[in-house]
Design a protein around this ligand. Structure first.
Ligand code: HEM
Length: 159
């Protein structure tokens, strides 16, 4: 395991292989586009109504409908569907696109807890697929949180 993978493993207990097991199936074909819209609407409802102002502030420059569309198109593309995100916005370049946000540990934990709740309240996704999406998301959340801070050369992350 490389350094970044071991730091993510310390946080999640997931190897990259386990986190990416959704790549062995086609989630988009199994759940369809509408389920992704339901999931991302549920997720951003929680984000934009969060009682913690510090967390809402991370999204203060974002338009909720645009944020939902960005996430839906990205998820569809990443989970076996057409490349809607890249056709509109180019390479996802997730670390680069998160460099200007607060990506500290608390932010990652809160993002993950909202995604957990959003999945729990999305009734169009079967349970085993929810777990695949959740593991992919929490692994990627830590990849971004640690990766962004490493890229910035910030203290507190072992390189
Ligand atoms: C670690 C916690 C995270 C925080 C605090 C965070 C924060 C943000 C913020 C503030 C935006 C701008 C909203 C918008 O206008 O689209 C954003 C966009 C985005 N995020 Fe995250 N994010 C996190 C984790 C993730 C994860 C785990 C993924 C993927 C699995 C992800 C994928 C994206 C994508 C695709 C966009 C759209 C980027 C764009 O088109 O500019 N984010 N994120």
């Amino acid at each position: 395991m490389n350094d970044l993978d071991s730091l993510i493993y310390e946080k999640t207990g997931l190897t990259t292989e386990a986190a990416m097991r959704m790549d062995n199936t086609n989630i988009y074909e199994q759940i369809g586009e509408a389920a992704f819209w339901q999931l991302s609407r549920n997720f951003y409802d929680l984000v934009f109504n969060d009682e913690e102002q510090w967390f809402r502030n991370i999204f203060k420059a974002s338009d909720k409908q645009q944020a939902i569309r960005n996430q839906v198109e990205f998820f569809i593309q990443r989970m076996g569907g057409p490349p809607l995100y890249s056709e509109r916005k180019g390479h996802p370049a997730l670390i680069a696109r998160h460099l200007s946000f607060n990506m500290n540990e608390k932010a990652a934990e809160r993002w993950i807890s909202h995604m957990r709740k959003a999945l729990d309240t999305t009734d169009t996704i079967p349970p085993e697929i929810k777990e695949m999406i959740f593991d992919y998301c929490r692994h990627t959340a830590w990849f971004l949180s640690i990766g962004v801070r490493m890229r910035r050369g910030q203290q507190g992350v072992r390189a």
